[in-house]
Design a protein around this ligand. Structure first.
Ligand code: EPZ
Length: 440
């Protein structure tokens, strides 16, 4: 339904917030469960639209699932896979469903998955995925907007990625689990979500080592070596980073709970550099505060363990009121500055020059009507609204709901004046129709 967020800015965020499970880990674990012809359980599952979409995707493949949103766990029974096709309807809605390609190919020696296509932030190519699967012996063709992959037998091989692509690393890992022999992935992505996937695969009986480094080795096992498991996914480091950025932007002080600080080293380093205080309380929580106006800093987004591209737009909101000029270089995606136009409408002074954004900090932003264009740009607008003078109204919540669970409740707990309301139908004809309907 058509809703918007209304924020009265200027409140210092205080208190504590608990982080949910990692969106970009749990979606892959749900795909990995397709490899197991038995039941597994995944815990710490965040209540997100993308989780519900991925459930639809795997249920369409014949999987039986039970999702307990309150208890935050999913039971998945992939004993019988009745289809190896992930349709355009789902992949276009959520590109992460493209990760079923490697799992279906690994389990069934065939897969037909819609091309994910581009999205708001960039072209989102899949050439590394295809090259990796072909190295394992798959025949891959593009037909009618689908990637069609088949194999008589998948055989382990050594694959070197041109770039440490998260998705390509994951698809190759999934296809290699049941392949004959060993697979080595060089220049593999090192994100914590890759480690989480490897840990899940090993929990169900696979043999994966080296995850978290640039070289991952998957020794193929047979289907009978796989077995049920109960697994808990990692906390969402990007959700945590987003709340840290909001606390800093509001000049507040608060505790982040259910987080792995060691997953946020680059973010903590950058926040400290701009003047925030970040203290690690224990291996699962930290406190962040920023009493004074932040200083300008320069940012280059990099593959993990570098500064994460998913934190670029939330940090831009912080830097838009910092003291001085910050330069942000978005080196991962070609079009991930869509928040700039909206921030400028709030009074931010940000100029884009190719892959760089020059952010001249202003004293304050002004709340206005805003529209989110993608998930992290939406987060950036919420942060800007929280620290702006006056009222901000943010539409495009379909993007935020994909990656931030209970965002209103969590920010309200931190003392923000934030609410979610239905957008009144201003089109007079619809209003008249609605009134007429009410009379019937
Ligand atoms: C994952 O996307 C995340 N999504 C992204 O988070 C994240 O920004 C990204 O990794 C980088 O960290 C999920 O995990 C669902 P990539 P992914 O393959 O796997 C190019 C969010 O906001 N590339 O590492 O698609 C590609 O075009 C989302 O939560 C190729 O050229 O990222 C991009 O420029 C956004 N060829 C770069 O590599 C390929 O075959 C990074 O892509 C594959 C990728």
């Amino acid at each position: 339904m058509n809703e918007k967020i209304i924020i009265e800015g200027g409140k210092k965020l205080r208190g504590e917030v608990t982080i949910g499970g990692a969106k970009n880990a749990v979606l892959k674990l749900m795909a990995a469960a397709l490899l197991l012809d038995d039941i597994c359980e995944i815990h710490n599952v965040p209540a997100l639209a993308d989780v519900k979409t991925m459930l639809e995707v795997i249920n369409k493949l014949g999987v039986k699932s039970e999702y307990n949103e309150n208890e935050k766990f999913i039971k998945i029974d992939a004993t019988n896979i009745t289809s190896c096709t992930a349709s355009y309807e789902y992949v276009s809605k959520m590109r992460a469903s493209f990760i079923t390609l490697g799992a279906l190919l690994g389990r069934c020696n065939e897969a037909k998955v819609a091309l994910p296509g581009g999205c708001a932030i960039g072209e989102r190519r899949i050439d590394f995925h295809i090259k990796g699967l072909e190295s394992l012996g798959a025949k891959v063709k593009i037909e009618g907007g689908y990637v069609v992959a088949t194999a008589t037998k998948l055989v382990g091989s050594e694959i070197t990625l041109d770039r440490p692509s998260v998705g390509a690393t994951e698809n190759i890992m999934l296809a290699a689990v049941l392949a004959e022999g060993s697979t080595i992935i060089n220049n593999a992505a090192q994100e914590p979500e890759i480690i989480d996937l490897a840990n899940f695969l090993n929990a169900i009986g696979a043999d994966v080592s080296g995850a978290g480094s640039s070289e991952i080795i998957i020794n193929g096992v047979s289907q009978k070596d796989l077995h049920p498991a109960v697994y808990t996914t990692i906390p969402d480091r990007i959700e945590a980073g987003t709340y840290m950025a909001a606390i800093v932007a509001s000049r507040g002080k608060a505790v982040i709970k259910n987080v792995f600080p060691n997953h946020l080293s680059a973010v903590i380093s950058k926040l400290t550099e701009l003047g925030a205080n970040v203290s690690i309380i224990d291996p699962f929580s930290l406190e962040v505060s920023c009493p004074a106006r932040p200083k300008a800093v320069n940012i280059v987004t990099q593959p993990y363990p570098g500064f994460p591209t998913d934190m670029q737009s939330p940090l831009m909101a912080v830097l838009s009121t910092a003291k001085g000029i910050s330069i942000i270089n978005e080196s991962i995606y070609e079009n991930r500055f869509r928040q700039i136009a909206e921030l400028r409408r709030m009074g931010a002074d940000v100029q884009q020059e190719g892959s760089h954004a020059i952010v001249k900090g202003v004293r304050s932003l002004t709340g206005v009507q805003l529209k989110a264009s993608d998930l992290r740009a939406g987060a950036s607008l919420v942060i800007a609204g929280l620290c702006a003078n006056g009222t901000s109204e943010i539409e495009g919540l379909i993007h935020l709901d994909r990656g931030y669970e209970n965002i209103i409740e969590k920010f309200t707990m931190l003392g923000a004046d934030i609410k979610r309301v239905k957008i009144k139908d201003t089109n007079i004809n619809n209003v008249k129709n609605n009134k007429r309907k009410q009379k019937v």
